[in-house]
Design a binder for this molecule. Structure first.
Ligand code: SF4
Length: 261
């Protein structure tokens, strides 16, 4: 009997304590209490979070085998990422301050052949495209003589900013810009590269050999076969060198399997 009395007293005390607690909460402005749930599966309160209707497994969207986030971005997207970095680049503060704009490169990103020149000149700086001045027009003639079009190749420079007074790029400027060139080539993956002039040839091949010694034979850069020849602006000054360039182009086209007329 005594233990029954104790049990009844204990239940009465618990009810009173609970009523007092509820009255205290009510006094504090609490009008609803959440229903008790299994806290081991709970991540956060769900009272105000709308829940999606359950989806039958047959209706559920298929999970892609290769989620978009895991796929490498397309070639154009990758090039654009580098282009944006180049546009904002101030690694050579004196060049960045003097440029009208950077000159990234242009052409067919799927081209088998890339032409690499030295640096933008006044016309390129103004228009933002490589090889658009007199030297560019001569390059167009060389490309056409190879039975190709500008749209068949990709053209870029070692330096993306115009050096003042069209002076040759300095070693520190080439070193600053080299990463962009390497990334462009890694994205473009050309089979063949034609270096136009000593600056491009020496910068790409990391050598100080003269262009006279570098031309007339193939070199390698990564997986690309490289041929070096004179820069078109040199041909404007020394027209007799056109013959040498044409000989180089014939060797390159033969290697590429391009038939010349
Ligand atoms: S030349 Fe190249 S490294 Fe130098 S500021 Fe221009 S983009 Fe940057």
């Amino acid at each position: 009997m005594a233990s029954q009395q104790e049990s009844d007293d204990h239940r009465a005390l618990s009810r009173r304590a609970l009523r007092q607690k509820l009255e205290g909460l009510q006094g504090a402005g609490v009008t609803h209490l959440p229903k008790r749930q299994n806290t081991s599966a709970q991540r956060m309160p769900t009272a105000d979070v709308p829940t999606a209707p359950p989806v039958k497994s047959a209706e559920a969207a298929p999970i892609p085998r290769h989620p978009a986030a895991a796929r490498p971005p397309s070639q154009l997207v990758q090039l654009d990422l580098v282009r944006h970095e180049v546009t904002a680049c101030v690694k050579c503060p004196h060049l960045a301050a003097a440029r009208t704009q950077t000159v990234f490169g242009a052409g067919n990103p799927r081209a088998r052949l890339c032409f690499i020149g030295e640096a933008p000149g006044a016309d390129e700086d103004r228009l933002g495209e490589p090889f658009v001045g007199r030297a560019g027009q001569l390059l167009d003639k060389v490309i056409e003589a190879c039975t190709l079009k500008r749209g068949d190749v990709y053209v870029l420079n070692v330096l993306k900013c115009r050096p003042p007074e069209n002076r040759p790029p300095r070693p520190d400027e080439i070193a600053n810009c080299r990463g962009y060139l390497e990334r462009q080539l890694a994205i473009l993956q050309p089979e063949y590269i034609c270096c136009l002039g000593a600056t491009a040839a020496q910068a790409l091949l990391n050598t100080d050999e003269s262009i006279g010694k570098l031309r007339g034979r193939f070199h390698k850069f990564d997986r690309a076969t490289v041929l070096c020849t004179y820069h078109p602006s040199y041909l404007l000054r020394v027209p007799s060198a056109k013959r040498d360039v044409w000989e180089d182009m014939k060797v390159l086209m033969r290697a590429m399997g391009v038939e010349l007329a």
